[in-house]
Unconditional design. Structure first.
Length: 359
């Protein structure tokens, strides 16, 4: 009899325990986020705010230090100087958004420019076809980078470091280490210098290259923000594993990114020919570093997934403003390099601070 009552007693004791338990619904205190956390979240969602503020502030400061800095002629010169860097920075932004980096953008640009110049000047091919062929080879070189990164599974830094040497060697071989003179280009294929022509608005001069930079920035901005391809690019840079699990074809997307970046670099070669007025195999030797500097200062994260095309263009303009403003103020070249280096360090430190916004 006692054995039959034990389960009942245990059950009754359990029920008594349940009756005595707290029946209130669990509640969680609201997390009152600090102003610091909110600010980081805002800046993370709008990466162009800081470079835009820095650009305005630097223009005002240099306008005070060097009064002639605010003249239309000087501001026109700044925009003219950063045109090529801005175009290449757009290509670099696409790569860095995927958490990669491209050290071969300058070699692709100059080699594409040399292909275009020699085909039109030395071989008499119509400029339209010469430009088209050079753009094709620019995209092909970018595609090769993408294949090595995705199919061969090599790190982007190593791949583009290697192709930098490969493309530079091909450039020197193809050009015979000889420049194409501006006089020859103007005689045989003047349309290759199209982007060097300009429009005047009073004292302000805007080159067709500057207009091309603005148009290209709008086009790539639209692709990144209003197409599925652009969302895939951001997703791959933010978390490639999650992107793969969501059905995104990572290899195909990455190859398209590198190929498009190469195509843009080929276009930059055409813009550079108009900017300089000639084509040299040793021109724009610092364009790789300049493009990365512009992208980082513009707020694009080196870890991928966050950034903007507008920010990269603003970053290129910031570097141009600093270089021109310091020159007008009589500052030596090495202090200009010092200032640019510090801008990069500050931008990377700010990126680290913003990355903690979601932690």
């Amino acid at each position: 009899m006692s054995m039959e009552q034990e389960p009942k007693q245990a059950g009754s004791e359990f029920e008594v325990g349940l009756d005595a338990a707290d029946k209130s619904v669990a509640s969680f205190a609201r997390d009152d986020r600090s102003m610091d956390h909110i600010l980081r979240g805002i800046l993370r969602r709008n990466p162009t705010i800081i470079p835009a503020m820095v650009l305005v502030f630097s223009v005002i400061c240099f306008g005070i230090i060097a009064p002639n800095f605010m003249s239309p002629g000087v501001l026109s010169l700044v925009l003219k100087q950063v045109t090529v860097t801005g175009v290449v920075a757009i290509a670099q932004t696409l790569i860095i958004l995927t958490a990669g980096i491209d050290l071969s953008v300058g070699a692709i640009m100059v080699l594409s420019s040399m292909i275009m110049g020699r085909l039109a000047v030395d071989f008499g091919i119509p400029p339209f076809f010469a430009v088209t062929i050079s753009l094709f080879f620019g995209a092909l070189m970018g595609w090769a980078n993408g294949v090595l990164v995705t199919i061969v599974k090599l790190p982007p830094f190593i791949v583009t470091l290697g192709t930098l040497s490969v493309f530079t060697a091909l450039l020197l071989w193809y050009s015979g280490s000889q420049s194409i003179r501006g006089a020859d280009i103007r005689e045989m294929a003047p349309s290759l210098l199209f982007f060097g022509h300009s429009l005047r608005f009073g004292g302000f001069v805007l080159t067709y290259g500057g207009l091309a930079l603005i148009g290209l920035a709008i086009l790539i901005w639209y692709l990144l923000n209003h197409t599925a391809w652009g969302r895939h690019v951001h997703a791959i840079g933010d978390d490639p594993d999650a992107a793969m699990l969501s059905g995104i074809k990572i290899n195909r997307t990455l190859i398209s990114v590198y190929a498009l970046a190469g195509l843009i670099c080929g276009f930059a070669g055409w813009v550079a020919a108009g900017r300089v007025g000639s084509i040299s195999p040793i021109g724009f030797t610092d364009i790789n570093l300049a493009s990365i500097t512009a992208v980082v200062i513009g707020g694009t994260s080196l870890f991928g997934g966050r950034g903007s095309i507008l920010g990269s263009v603003l970053g290129a303009m910031i570097v141009g403003v600093f270089n021109t403003g310091l020159s007008l103020a009589g500052v030596d070249d090495y202090w200009q390099m010092f200032a640019a280096g510090n801008l990069v360090l500050i931008a990377v430190a700010l990126d680290q601070w913003l990355r903690r916004a979601t932690k």
